[in-house]
Design a protein around this ligand. Structure first.
Ligand code: C2E
Ligand code: MG
Ligand code: MG
Ligand code: MG
Length: 291
């Protein structure tokens, strides 16, 4: 592991640190074991809010790994290693399945809330992905329209006819697609226009800097305008302060996600939140009053 002892019993993983070959093998071996089991890998959910903070529009599923000896390992510390191998496909299948089981439970509880799952670049190159998604949706009895898949800007800009075909087939299923971490890649307007996406998520680094750095403010404004001109919903990620909320509202941003609204949380807590706040998709159309 790329781990550093800080004090007795505490281990800090270094996301930026280069993972050496043996360390990577250990991570992958442990990950295989975790995938064979049922309790080490689980999801947290972070709600996405209307900018006024009054209603939930959706949620993002974020993978967590409770390692038996290393403790909670953040996704940035093991997903890159998994991406180098076929393990990422098994991991993605597990995440999709866990998210769909949770979605079914929320639907049954009266909250048909869209949930987003993150896809690695590698998955977009897998021609079997659309069939897998279709099978899991059917098995878990979740309407395709409620599932959202987030793909990074760089993943879809690396051209590839194969990736485009996978996206098209997912789109035909009715699954919604988002561009994640927008602003960190190099998309051209014309390429974006050809993608079957309907949401754009502005990377949190720009959102966090927008009230202090002119360059970030310009990027956020440009991304919102670009998204709207293409008919996309624009989401700001990493919204931490009220000053960001004010600025994003002034720019006409649609949806916000970040610690200002809520941190990622377990499914149970998310259920309570859905009961309390309500979603913009709930059948009765208005937030349930707190009980
Ligand atoms: P992401 O998709 O951009 O997810 C958002 C990340 O920002 C999450 O980190 C979330 O906890 C964090 N975040 C949300 N609001 C705030 C905020 O206000 N301030 C700050 N500082 N951070 C905020 P997390 O959960 O550690 O995930 C990191 C990345 O790992 C994700 O970035 C995503 O790229 C990847 N990831 C997570 N789960 C999965 C998965 O199931 N599959 C794949 N392929 N990647 C995943
Ligand atoms: Mg994401
Ligand atoms: Mg993101
Ligand atoms: Mg991001």
């Amino acid at each position: 592991y790329a781990a550093k002892e800080v004090k007795a019993g505490a281990v800090v993983f270094q996301p930026e640190q280069h993972v050496t070959a043996p360390a990577r093998l250990t991570v992958l071996g442990d990950l295989r074991r975790a995938l064979d089991g049922t309790d080490e890998l689980f999801l947290h959910y972070q709600p996405k809010y209307t900018l006024d903070g009054e209603r939930i529009e959706g949620a993002e599923a974020l993978l967590r790994w409770q390692h038996p000896t290393e403790g909670l390992i953040p996704p940035g510390d093991f997903i890159p290693a998994a991406e180098g191998t076929g393990i990422i496909l098994r991991l993605t299948e597990r995440v999709l399945d866990m998210a769909l089981v949770q979605m079914r439970a929320w639907i049954d509880a009266g909250h048909p809330v869209p949930v987003a799952v993150n896809l690695s670049t590698r998955c977009l190159l897998d021609a079997g992905l659309p069939d897998l998604v279709q099978r899991l949706l059917a098995e878990r009895r979740v309407p395709a329209e409620l599932l959202r898949l987030e793909v990074t800007e760089s993943a879809v800009m690396g051209d590839s006819a194969r990736c485009m075909e996978v996206l098209q087939r997912l789109h035909v299923l009715g699954v919604r697609l988002s561009i994640d971490d927008f602003g960190t890649g190099y998309s051209s307007m014309s390429h974006l226009r050809r993608l079957p996406v309907d949401e754009l998520k502005i990377d949190r680094s720009f959102v966090m800097g927008m009230t202090t750095t002119q360059h970030d403010a310009v990027l956020v404004r440009t991304a919102i305008d670009l998204g709207h001109n293409l008919g996309l919903t624009v989401v700001a990620e990493g919204v931490e302060g009220t000053e960001h909320v004010t600025a994003l509202r002034a720019l006409g941003c649609d949806i916000a996600q970040g610690y200002h609204y809520a941190r990622p949380m377990g499914g149970e807590r998310m259920s309570e939140l859905l009961d309390r706040v309500g979603t913009i998709h709930d059948p009765r159309g208005s937030a349930a009053t707190a009980s």
